[in-house]
Design a protein. Sequence first.
Length: 449
Amino acid sequence: MNTYIESVLKGVSIRHSSQPEFVQAVHEVLSSLSPVVDAHPEYEKADLLNRIVEPERMFTFRVVWMDDQGQYHTNRGWRCQFNGAIGPYKGGIRFQPNVNESIIKFLGFEQTFKNSLTGLPIGGGKGGSDFDPAGKSDAEIMRFCQSFVSALYRYIGPDVDVPAGDMGVGGREIGYMYGQYRRLKGAWENGVFTGKGLSYGGSLIRPEATGYGAMYYLEQVLRHQGDTIEGKRIGVTGYGNVAWGIVKKAAELGAVCCYISGSDGYIHDPDGINTPEKIDYMLEMREKHTGVKAYAEKFGCEYVPGAKFAGVDDIDVYMPAATQNEINLEDAKKLAASNVRYYIEVSNMPTTAEAVEYLRSREDIVVAPSKAVNAGGVGVSALEMAQNSERLVWTAEEVDAHLRSMMINIHNVSAEAAEEYGLGYDLISGANIAGFKKVATAMMEQGIF
Ligand code: GLU
């Protein structure tokens, strides 16, 4: 490894020893960059790497709300404005009890390179709260969102920082947050949030975008390998918005999604989740936080409580789409020993460092990184911002065509970047290098900052 990178990594590990997810994400990106840093000594001279691992700004705030019984609750909120070199900070808001500074910071760091890969002018940001939306009434959700935005609104804006959804935050929450922003600002400014409802500036295909984009990316991987999507059997972890988009597009393309999972276990539907009734039911499951058991009960298929499906022998493609570090070394070994030949990360950093290392060492498996595969979500968010700026509404076909060409481009620039530095078909290094280069160039050209 390049000695400058080594010294930066050492510093990050020491300074942030209490932020394991952040340290992991930085290691994952920087360890791909040796050939680039070797070829560009000016980066070391400008100490670019120590700058790029430091958020431009990150803050925490108090979010107080009242439940339906009149009890007060205090939660913590965060926003990380990681890097604004190529556009306004852009990234989702996550509501989940395990959210902390390390998680928001790692997500903001990842977002910076992901957003760069989209080819659109969006910087990297992320935010969230340790608020648990499960079991809350609609009125409680609304009061929480209003309180969250009351604390945040001064620091965001269509040209400043543009939040969106993430785990625990969907269209309903974005509506309440945007409503509060508009009330406080006294201005329409609706490019300030993305993932909005269609009646007030949202984009068609935004809810589907992350899952659709992942499938378009997978198509390119298969094409590169001389393989096709028809009849491919896919296992998806999670059952949220992203898994729903994958399942929907997979059915359309003639693939068979036969596993989904939740924190309660997994279900196996050998016929595939491929009818409108089955696919739409996933939306209901997500909204009600039912777990996947509800699917098995409704459609009469196998449900395995408390287990993961890594290692089952009837899938070719494994797509983790639940949360960070969900796939550990043991899972990776199991799925590598099965018939899985394509490991396509979808949720942000779903694989532990040892598990990625193991999977990458297996020459019989193609591994694709989440920051490329899931970039279609934020990519369509950028298209929503474009529509808001020009005060026009694009058709679903237009948005979908943009999304598809964006995903083809992300795959190709990643493959080409890896090829350029003699790394072969290494989609992880390629995505890191391609994402990094644009941000690095912008930072260098903008001077010390
Ligand atoms: N939360 C999504 C992500 O991880 C989408 C962010 C956005 O649309 O700004 O990329």
